[in-house]
Design a protein around this ligand. Structure first.
Ligand SMILES: [Fe+2]
Length: 296
């Protein structure tokens, strides 16, 4: 395995594990790896120990080039970009999500285990990168009147530490409908908040993380996600999907790409779900939220 270390600055702390992983997997040279897998990633400033040939591996995103250049050659009038490292509550939230995907059971399912691992890998890379933080424009929807109750119930379940971490940042969340035309029956009963992703507060092109909140007695119509694998973690209340199972707090539901699914919630309590979307950057960036024309 190649021994790698970051030259400077430490804030460009990426991919040591990923590089080692790729090296182990493919048994390729680093040049091969950079020419293949790693050029898809945004920012590299790496040196191989005792091998200056590969000191700068390159950048492939213009905004990243400018930002990296400002970090490497700082000047007094260079504004310091907002980074995840400046927001501990958001870091703790992401670590709680990581733990959820690390310690929850896959129930013996290889595809669920593989998804959990993929979310962890992408999240781990992001935490190492210390990603940018977008300016926060918090906004609520009517269903947010149920959020306190959802979090209150959530602290008595195995996912309590995540519910507490959400409580810390709830005032910074941007809640949305996501649909051009929201069904009238959903306006007071549903909203989601994508806190990490291409358009999230925490910028990531590799992974979308968010929350979706349902009022009691909600039916969220059949929908699917093109080219994206989705998982829902139930944090409180009880939900069912496609009328084939009831999911209590701590349960995970995996929806493969293009899989139609419909969510219903219990009559008495709201349900807060944490979700993750994994897929190619293009699909994560351009995903359109639409309900299926013929609900199942
Ligand atoms: Fe979904």
């Amino acid at each position: 395995m190649n021994q790698l270390f970051l030259k400077k600055p430490s804030r460009l702390s990426i991919t040591i594990l990923a590089l080692q992983y790729f090296s182990d997997e493919s048994n390729s040279t680093l040049a091969d790896l950079v020419g293949g897998n790693l050029t898809a990633r945004p920012m590299w400033f790496i040196q191989i120990e005792d091998d200056p040939q590969y000191r700068v591996l390159g950048f492939n995103d213009p905004s990243t080039i400018e930002e990296a250049d400002a970090m490497i050659n700082p000047s007094d009038d260079t504004p310091c970009p907002s980074r995840l490292g400046h927001f501990p509550d958001w870091q703790y939230l992401l670590r709680e999500v990581y733990n959820l995907y690390r310690f929850s059971s896959a129930g013996g399912s290889p595809s669920i285990r593989s998804h959990q691992k993929e979310v962890r890998h992408r999240l781990s890379r992001l935490l190492n990168d210390d990603p940018p933080i977008n300016k926060i424009h918090a906004s609520e929807k009517p269903v947010c009147s149920h959020l306190s109750r959802a979090l209150d119930i959530g602290v008595s379940h195995p996912t309590a530490s995540l519910s507490r971490a959400i409580e810390r940042i709830r005032g910074q969340l941007l809640w949305e409908f996501g649909y051009g035309k929201v069904p009238a029956g959903l306006i007071n009963k549903y909203a989601f908040s994508e806190f990490m992703g291409p358009k999230g507060i925490i910028v990531s092109k590799e992974l979308i993380l968010g929350l979706v909140l349902f009022a009691p007695g909600t039916t969220y119509p059949t929908h699917s996600h093109q080219g994206i694998t989705e998982s829902y973690f139930c944090l409180n209340g009880a939900i069912s999907e496609n009328d084939v199972g009831v999911y209590a707090p701590g349960s995970l539901i995996l929806n493969p790409p293009n899989h139609p699914h419909r969510i219903t919630t219990s009559d008495r309590e709201p349900s807060l779900l944490a979700y993750a979307w994994v897929g190619p950057t293009e699909n994560l960036t351009n995903q359109k939220m639409v309900f299926n024309r013929q609900p199942r």
